[in-house]
Design a protein around this ligand. Structure first.
Ligand code: NAD
Length: 319
């Protein structure tokens, strides 16, 4: 006899079906990972429009049911992804957004936990580190089940640009951005490698030019990418949607993948009680383990500075 388990829907809920939420819903649909996708948005009509458009793609993609729901429909969701809130305006920093989006979270998070106490909460709304901490505090959930997309996007941008510079598939470039998803983020040059070789060593052995000035420029392009994209097209959503999908996949498939997500930090190079990004093992339980990195002195200082920036804002908001 077929176990009833097999027929249970794999439900993923998305709160906020704006640019990021709807693009994530589309990537999720294409992936076939979820059999039920619940959309919730303060703008009901927008959510309904996205639902219709997505459902029309089902016959051409993967079997799934996309619905517009209420908070009661979150029950049984494996992951609830929160992308609700205002986006950055041109020239505005992610931290400028914080008070506005913190207020939105005060209304959303208790509803999510009331109706779906056993799922994983994945935050994408900016400033993502501060809001992940606030979501964790409001939710009362254990910190392994409240995570932020953090620097998964910045790390992808970093690997993408390094891949272009070195002429190697981005998936073969191993490099991380840690700390804040924002202006104080830190590139971990000391551990960046191709085929297990640090970048200067890779260049020396493979007859390539490798200028520290170019690498510095690459980091600046990563750090400032959101500003550049927002100036040109208003907002960013494809790469973050792909990042949210990668995290969701690691959770649903219990993969134990190392991803730079925002998690609760304690006793890490003297850093405590703040959310920021470090390479972490992600599985069905959420954040399974934060990897203890062997960082260079200036990277430790950068990480500590990032923590101080984030902690200050979080405390100013009363959390
Ligand atoms: P958007 O304005 O297109 O969509 C936001 C949606 O949230 C809107 O549809 C709005 O109606 C909805 N919303 C607002 N308040 C709500 C509430 N109380 N309940 C339910 N829905 C509500 O914005 P976007 O471009 O999709 O960006 C969404 C968020 O994601 C922003 O904070 C943005 O800065 C952030 N973002 C994060 C990353 C990242 O790497 N973490 C990358 C890109 C964007």
């Amino acid at each position: 006899m077929v176990s009833p388990e097999i027929h249970r829907p794999v439900k993923v809920a998305i709160i906020g079906s704006g640019n990021v939420g709807a693009t994530f819903a589309y990537t999720l649909l294409l992936s076939g990972l979820a059999t039920e996708i619940v959309l919730i948005d303060a703008n009901q009509s927008r959510a309904e429009g996205e639902m219709m458009d997505l459902n029309h793609a089902v016959p051409l993609t993967q079997p799934a049911r996309v619905i517009v729901g209420t908070y009661a429909d979150l029950a049984g969701s494996v992951v609830v992804v929160i992308t609700a809130g205002s986006a950055q305006k041109p020239g505005e920093s992610r931290l400028d957004l914080v008070a506005r989006n913190a207020n939105i979270f005060k209304s959303i998070i208790p509803e999510v936990v009331r109706h779906n106490p056993n799922g994983i909460l994945l935050i994408a709304t900016n400033p993502v580190d501060v809001l992940s901490y606030i979501a964790w505090k409001i939710s009362g959930l254990s910190s392994d089940r409240v995570i932020g997309s953090g620097t998964i996007l910045d790390t992808a941008r970093f690997r993408s640009l390094l891949s272009q510079y070195f002429g190697v598939d981005a998936r073969s470039v191993h490099a991380y951005i840690i700390g804040e998803h924002g202006d104080s983020e830190v590139p971990v040059w000391s551990l960046a490698n191709i085929a297990g070789m640090r970048l200067p060593v890779y260049c020396a052995h493979n007859g390539r030019e490798c200028h520290s000035q170019d690498l510095e420029t690459i980091f600046h392009q990563v750090r400032d990418a959101a500003y550049e994209i927002i100036q040109r097209k208003g907002s960013t959503y494809y790469a973050i949607a792909a990042g949210l999908l990668r995290i969701t996949e690691a959770i649903i498939r219990d993969q134990g993948t190392v991803l730079t997500i925002s998690g609760y930090i304690s006793n890490y190079y003297g850093i405590d009680d703040v959310y920021l990004s470090l390479p972490s093992i992600v599985d069905r339980g959420g954040l399974e383990h934060i990897i203890r990195l062997d960082l260079a002195e200036e990277e430790i200082k950068g990480l500590q500075n990032s923590a101080a920036v984030l902690k200050k804002i979080t405390r100013e908001l009363g959390y």
